[in-house]
Design a protein around this ligand. Structure first.
Ligand code: NI
Length: 401
């Protein structure tokens, strides 16, 4: 495709998206009103598969749970690019006062996965309309269970990256801190690795008035928590960001009994791979030392859950170039810092070059400022059109490169 033809295709994409705006808003609101928790995305998956099939896109259902894969084959032979969206919601009560608020008590699309899903459906329909000009294939991956970081792994296990094999993958995530109409991107580290720890402290119970005859698991746990928070300030390099958080603590039976058993769970987030590998030892040293000094026993487990998303330089470059062409140079923001949050999109980028970028969804003038995972989270729906056009344009350009 020469430059002139490319221009024509970009115009066609732009026209198609303009004509589809109402439909995209309808899709998004339908998904937003009917959110499903991680691993239960049955109706969302059926909704997606139905739309893909109605648009003559080959569909595979039930890939790694409720995952749906759409394959669009262009008229000409060529490479394959994968575009990925996650589709699960969160256990949060929707508190927005709008007619498209969640109809499911206690479940809400508070991370914008309804937007990701809609954008990918929009991109599939748009690319379907220019398939005669496509050189290669586009694989649309609708992933379940992102919030519990198991969906990407199960889809990969069930062959989502085979037949046809994509040589690059792109995804986006809503970002309310960025104004609608803008996009944030970054080569290299984009999100942190997130791992889980579990600590069990076993002491000896007894009467609260005779502490010397007991080993107080509650006190030992509090000393451990305190000391664990000093790992980041005193044991790791201040130039290597990391976070250790203890999120749950359970123990004790009554106010006048010294507890003999406490369980704690927490997460560890790191950006540096070597630091990630050191963390289990750093943490267990603290747990072991304090348990030993206080006469308690402990059990410690550390599970490596989700690695960092590392954006491939070339794919990130493609994203930023395409974004410049779709929304203009001044709307494309190079992000200075990665986020300490995690994304299981990382498992895809471990296998093939990929990039995750941030789609601006905020609009302070219209009061759309709530952060992700907040009970009043919402987006400026203009972002649906920006995302759709950009995703489609990225696919066309990758296949031409
Ligand atoms: Ni999310």
């Amino acid at each position: 495709m020469d430059e002139l033809n490319k221009k024509i295709v970009l115009e066609e994409i732009n026209n198609k998206v303009s004509k589809m705006k109402d439909r995209l808003v309808k899709f998004r609101r339908e998904i937003h009103m009917n959110p499903e928790l991680s691993g239960n995305e049955k109706d969302t998956a059926a909704f997606i598969a139905g739309i893909l099939e109605a648009n003559d896109i080959e569909v595979k259902r039930g890939v790694g749970g409720h995952g749906v894969v759409g394959i669009l084959r262009g008229r000409l032979e060529g490479k394959t690019i994968a575009l990925r969206a996650d589709m699960d919601a969160l256990p949060i009560q929707d508190k927005k006062d709008v007619d498209y608020a969640s109809k499911v008590p206690g479940v809400m699309h508070a991370c914008g996965h309804d937007v990701h899903t809609t954008v990918l459906l929009g991109a599939a329909i748009t690319l379907g309309s220019v398939r005669e000009r496509l050189k290669g294939s586009v694989k649309f991956i609708f992933q379940p269970a992102e919030e519990i970081t198991t969906g990407a792994e199960s889809m990969i296990k069930e062959g989502v990256l085979e037949d046809p094999v994509p040589s690059a993958i792109v995804a986006l995530h809503c970002f309310p801190e960025l104004q609608v109409g803008t996009v944030g991107h970054r080569p290299g580290m984009m999100t942190a690795a997130a791992d889980r720890i579990k600590i069990v402290v076993n002491g000896r119970s007894g009467h609260a008035s005779r502490p010397h005859q007991t080993v107080d698991a509650v006190l030992v746990s509090s000393m451990m928590i305190n000391a664990l928070h000093h790992i980041v300030s005193r044991r790791t390099d201040p130039l290597q960001p990391s976070v250790i958080s203890i999120g749950t603590i359970k123990g004790g039976t009554a106010e006048n009994i010294v507890a003999d058993h406490v369980e704690m769970e927490g997460t560890v987030r790191t950006l540096d791979l070597k630091l990630r590998e050191r963390m289990p030892t750093l943490i267990e040293d603290v747990v072991k030392g304090i348990a030993g000094a206080m006469g308690a026993k402990y059990k410690f487990s550390y599970s490596f859950d989700c690695p960092s998303v590392s954006n491939d330089k070339e794919v990130d470059n493609l994203v930023s170039q395409c974004a410049s062409q779709v929304i203009g140079d001044d709307k494309v923001i190079l992000l200075n810092e990665p986020m300490m949050g995690s994304e299981d999109f990382a498992l895809f980028t471990e296998k093939i070059p990929g990039a995750l970028f941030r789609l601006g969804t905020g609009n302070a003038d219209n009061g759309i400022t709530s952060s992700l995972h907040n009970s009043s989270f919402d987006v400026d729906e203009e972002s649906l059109f920006v995302g759709t056009e950009l995703m489609a344009w990225i696919a066309v350009n990758y296949l031409e490169s």
